[in-house]
Design a protein around this ligand. Sequence first.
Ligand code: MF3
Ligand code: CO
Length: 254
Amino acid sequence: MAVTIKTEHEIELMRESGHKLEEVHNALRDFIRPGISTKEIDEYGEQLIRERGGIPNFLNYNGYPASICVSVNDEVVHGIPTRKHILKEGDIVSLDAGLIWKGYHSDAARTWGVGKISPEAQKLIDVTRQSFFEGIKFAKAGHHLHEISRRIGAYAESFGYGVVEELVGHGIGTHLHEEPQVPNFAQKGRGILLEPGMTIAIEPMIDIGTKDVKWMDDNWTVKTADGSLSAHYENTVLITDGEPELFTCTKEEK
Ligand code: MF3
Ligand code: CO
């Protein structure tokens, strides 16, 4: 499947999808506190998605058993929510969520602190978020895709952090995962030329320590190989002739 250019009508539906997802994330942010289980986050997230007329797109995707990926501390992505896993003060928790609205997908991730967190953890969260914004300075028509990748990676690496290479961002639209792949580190080639109407999910995953990751026996949960903390930040982005439009981030998150 080639990279698709969305029509004005499709863009409007993706915008609506993204705005709903932004509301879901903001409500989840306010819900996070010590003592709740990761399963409660998933249940509340699914409720928030369905209340808005959306369908959770992660649920049953390749067999993934939840609506929200909840990844704590050294879990990078795709953590599976459980009743036994209780958040505690000082944890950091990455929430990856998505929904389908009128056939159009949105996808976004945030990492939040649980109660008071260490300065080191807060810095990781802030740099991960900023790496996304460094990258999207080049998310406009006329630039090549891998300029985004290179800028994200270079920014995060300038802090000595590990930039995860084994998982990447992606095109998005009528499917959760479309072409092109969007890596978060420098590539050999320049990548596709960006055009107005392309919609991509850009999602840096950054570790305090090594960039290497390992898969757990549940076949989903990805952890850092060295046990260091990891953060994730993602938005669904529209390429235009000018500034990119962030469907899932129209307001300041914090
Ligand atoms: N945001 C993730 C991605 O882009 C979440 C999908 S994984 C799922 O790949 F299986 F849980 F859906
Ligand atoms: Co994604």
